[in-house]
Design a protein around this ligand. Structure first.
Ligand code: ATP
Length: 248
């Protein structure tokens, strides 16, 4: 792949406990600056794919049995998850992880691992995050645990941004959130992607919203990537809506 490809997932097969097959043939590429959605039903293998990308499978007794994943041209399986974060591959895990007993701003500041602790720089990054998520600016002094689900998801995304990612990976950011809040979050992701060139990989069951904002999408079915295309094209396809995504 050329230098314009930031992530390559090449025919990945993965199991848990050397037994349960979760993935058996997942392939896709993410170009620099692209916003790619990974779609599929519950259990199709989206989370497993994202964990494989950040080399988080070993921590869950998962293993890649075949295939490879390259980030910026290097195989991720040789790198610890924290090293990948420092290299710019940052993931927002499923379930909007934030520290509930810290304020929103403390949560954001805590996200800046592996970077300079200079106050001026931190303040600059905080300001950028508040520009993308004005709601967080209003709630900066509020304990994260007292904010809404949507605000907690924004806080989790903001924390990830404090690490200055080159590739931002998000697992099911819409989970448990009201439709309007989901739109807000995807709109902010789109804006980040457009205005800063940040590459984004998002796993979503909510294909309607993902296809509205992403550039491209890859569909997983039973651990296999069965289809990749431009989001605008996939939106039009009847078979896609009815069969893969379970929508009418
Ligand atoms: P979801 O929306 O439920 O997260 P998904 O598309 O992300 O679905 P995965 O979570 O990747 O799917 O699951 C793929 C398969 O791997 C499923 O059969 C699941 O039961 C199995 N699996 C996932 N995590 C584990 C684990 N820690 N141990 C054993 N099996 C697992």
């Amino acid at each position: 792949p050329g230098n314009d490809v930031i992530l390559v997932v090449d025919n990945v097969h993965a199991t848990y406990n050397h037994a349960i097959t979760a993935l058996h043939g997942v392939s896709f590429e993410l170009r620099r600056g692209e916003f790619l959605a990974l779609l599929g039903a519950n259990g199709a293998g989206k989370s497993t794919t994202l964990k494989a990308v950040s080399n988080l499978l070993p921590a869950e007794r998962g293993q890649i049995n075949a295939g490879a994943i390259g980030f910026e041209g290097g195989d991720v399986s040789h790198r610890r998850p924290g090293d990948l974060v420092r290299a710019g591959l940052v993931q927002v895990l499923e379930g909007r992880h934030c520290f509930k007993s810290l304020t929103v701003e403390e949560n954001l500041v805590s996200g800046g691992i592996g970077r300079s602790g200079r106050r001026a720089e931190i303040n600059q990054d905080l300001q950028r995050i508040y520009d993308f998520f004005p709601r967080l600016a209003e709630k900066r002094r509020t304990l994260a645990g007292l904010t809404s689900g949507g605000e907690q998801q924004m806080t989790a995304i903001g924390r990830a941004l404090m690490s200055r990612p080159r590739l931002l990976v998000l697992d099911e950011p819409s989970m448990g959130l009201a439709p309007l809040v989901v739109q807000d979050i995807f709109l902010a992701l789109k804006k980040l992607n457009r205005e800063t060139g940040l590459s984004i990989l998002v796993a979503e069951q909510n294909s309607a919203v993902a296809l509205k904002y992403a550039d491209h999408a890859t569909v997983l079915e039973n651990g296999v990537s069965v289809l990749t295309g431009a989001a605008a094209d996939l939106r039009q396809r009847e078979d896609m809506r009815a069969f893969y995504l379970g929508q009418q």
